[in-house]
Write a protein that binds this ligand. Structure first.
Ligand code: KG4
Ligand code: ZN
Length: 337
């Protein structure tokens, strides 16, 4: 079965072709980062218009790469939510338009399910069940995953998401947008021992997170330093990243202990963070569990994870023709596939 996947929920247009026999055949991405950077964050109306410009050329590029035509498609999957309503409508309209034109089923995919299942595109891939750490710009969740659509929430953030904490902290340190990758790059050059920041909720006894206080601690520390030079900025970044990594890795281990599971899967944009990967790898070696990551280019938003999740949910496909996006959509309301 050949599935076209379309992602347009935020600031990346992603298109991919996934074949249930042959695997991922092609994937193309356009990031709007440079366009939004000027405004310090995503401008929804500009995002929608750019998705419209990109989605057809990216689809053509995928088909050309794979040597396929639209007629070869067996189904079309698109991100139905959550995300920006206007942005979501681009992939929804194209997917449903193609569905009607080709007489093929259309599958509305939950964006977070796409992230959650994306490590299954890695080699080696984990088998169910596993614990998933979902760390993106909008979410920080620990989940027990027993199968497609069988997700039990173990822990969640009480305020900022991990990616949001990276982005906001980067912004207050003058690192621009999107801050996560920039902060992380700078942190790798800093002295991690110069400053110590709090580890929020480390000993809370549950699997929840809170990152808003950490961002405030960075602000207080930065103010105390007065004029900040480049070296100090890098040292603050290193301290922030170390605090994030310690809390995230400790909670992952807590989730594995609580569930008795032996495999951890990391998904979402913050999963690209090198120190987080190093921290989890060290913990995995010490505690004897296995950790799986999606390929680096599939950590942030992409069409491949949508095509893949769509392929897992082919049975849930609907006839094209009536579509609705779901800007707010709770992952725990999904059915098992
Ligand atoms: O999963 P994603 O692409 O989009 C959402 O669905 O939110 O995640 C984007 C988030 C942003 O907050 C970005 O700053 C963060 O992931 N991010 C990183 C890194 N790469 C992306 N955060 C820390 N270190 C990184 N290397
Ligand atoms: Zn995402």
């Amino acid at each position: 079965m050949l599935v076209l996947g379309l992602e347009s929920s935020c600031d990346e247009t992603g298109v991919a072709l996934y074949d249930t026999e042959a695997g991922l055949l092609a994937h193309h991405l356009h990031t709007q980062m440079a366009m939004h950077a000027e405004y310090g964050g995503v401008v929804p109306e500009l995002a929608s218009r750019d998705h419209i410009r990109r989605v057809v050329p990216l689809t053509r590029a995928c088909l050309a790469d794979a040597g396929k035509t639209l007629q070869d498609l067996d189904a079309i999957a698109y991100t139905q939510g959550p995300g920006l309503a206007g942005a979501l409508l681009t992939a929804a309209a194209v997917a449903n338009g193609l569905g009607v034109a080709l007489g093929k089923p259309v599958i509305g995919v939950h964006h977070l399910e796409g992230h959650l299942l994306s490590p299954l595109l890695a080699d080696p891939a984990p088998a169910f069940p596993f614990v998933a750490l979902l760390v993106s710009g909008g979410h920080t969740q620990l989940m027990a995953v027993h199968g497609v659509g069988q997700y039990t929430l173990l822990g969640d953030t009480l305020d900022d998401a991990a990616g949001e904490a990276f982005d906001k902290t980067a912004k207050l340190l003058g690192l621009g947008y999107p801050g996560g990758p920039a902060l992380s790059k700078l942190a790798d050059t800093g002295d991690v021992n110069r400053f110590t920041l709090p580890r929020p909720m480390l000993h809370s006894g549950d699997l929840d997170f809170s990152f808003a206080g950490l961002k405030t601690a960075v602000l207080t520390l930065a103010k105390k330093q007065g004029e900040i030079d480049d070296a100090t900025r890098a040292d603050i970044c290193a301290a922030f990243q170390a605090a994030m990594v310690e809390v995230l890795t400790a909670k992952c281990w807590g989730a594995l202990k609580q569930t008795g599971l032996k495999q951890l899967v990391v998904a979402g944009g913050v999963g690209a963070n090198r120190q987080l990967r190093a921290g989890l790898d060290a913990m995995a070696a010490k505690r004897r569990f296995k950790v799986f990551y999606p390929p680096l280019d599939l950590c942030t938003d992409n069409g491949a994870m949508i095509a893949f999740a769509g392929a897992q949910r082919l049975r849930h496909s609907h006839e094209a023709g009536s579509f609705a996006v779901r800007p707010r959509w709770d992952l725990s309301t999904l059915d098992a596939a």
